[in-house]
Write a protein that binds this ligand. Structure first.
Ligand code: RET
Length: 252
């Protein structure tokens, strides 16, 4: 294999290299799939499927750049944050589109969710690039987590949460699944962030070496991204299809 900019060797280098390669393929094909599937849902839900295509397209590009760094000898974690800055607001916005909220409520909550998720990513970046074990890494991580908790609060207990919980039947249970997928995947990021610092209490408790920590954070972020983008997009589309059918839409 070409130069490894993370300083990993053997099986760990292969694992990171292969998971990045897999992510490029998953994002690329999901981008095409969402693009060609737009007509399966009624016009009022198409923006959700379009957003899934945008998310996977943006991620496919960034994973291509991240993967390409394996030959370069340099590693820039900024590609992930640029990707998240663009995709995370879209992920929350598409959930609102299929949530069944009234237009007025959707117009009020969407900007709040977008701003909070932008701040979650923007404040995580200085922590991610700070020295391992530094105060900066801890403090920015906590600030970022506060914005994440706010978004989760809105989606579980706030106005959006109430709307998602109150729906019956197939759509109601799919809305629940998508919320729990979001919770489970979003939970991986802060854990990978903590495990990625080999000096953190969690990494030292588990006895992770520098290269174990590096492998865990890279594979953790990558697997979470595949579930949180193409996987979540598929669930969002199935909700849009169920709603479209219930409203009498017939795909051509
Ligand atoms: C950071 C920094 C440490 C604290 C927290 C974080 C949360 C990141 C999250 C990212 C979600 C990304 C998604 C991408 C998929 O497309 C930034 C690691 C809380 C929740 C969903």
């Amino acid at each position: 294999m070409a130069t490894n900019p993370l300083g990993l060797e053997g099986a760990q280098a292969d694992l990171v290299y292969n998971s990045l390669s897999f992510a490029v393929a998953a994002m690329g094909i999901a981008f095409v799939y969402f693009l060609v599937s737009r007509n399966r849902v009624a016009p009022q839900y198409r923006s959700a499927v379009t957003m899934s295509a945008m998310i996977c397209g943006i991620a496919g590009y960034h994973y291509w750049r991240i993967f390409g760094q394996f030959g370069s000898g340099e590693w820039n974690e900024g590609y992930r944050y640029a990707d998240w800055l663009l995709t995370v607001p879209l992920l929350v916005a598409e959930l609102v589109v299929v949530s069944g909220l009234s237009k007025e409520v959707a117009k009020r909550v969407t900007p709040r969710l977008i701003v909070a998720s932008l701040l979650m990513i923007a404040t995580g970046y200085p922590g991610e690039t700070a020295e391992f074990g530094s105060n900066d890494r801890t403090v920015w991580g906590i600030v970022s987590a506060i914005f994440m908790l706010y978004v989760l609060y809105e989606l579980f207990a706030g106005e959006v949460g109430k709307a998602l919980k109150s729906q019956a039947g197939e759509v109601g249970s799919k809305l629940n699944n998508v919320r729990y997928l979001l919770l489970a995947t979003w939970g991986v990021y802060p854990i990978a962030y903590i495990l990625g610092d080999s000096t953190s209490w969690l990494s030292t408790t588990l006895g992770l070496s520098d290269s174990d920590a590096m492998t865990t954070i890279q594979v953790g972020y990558t697997v979470a991204d595949i579930l949180a983008k193409p996987g979540y997009g598929l669930l969002i589309m199935s909700i849009a299809i169920a709603r479209s059918n219930a409203e009498g839409y017939r795909a051509a």
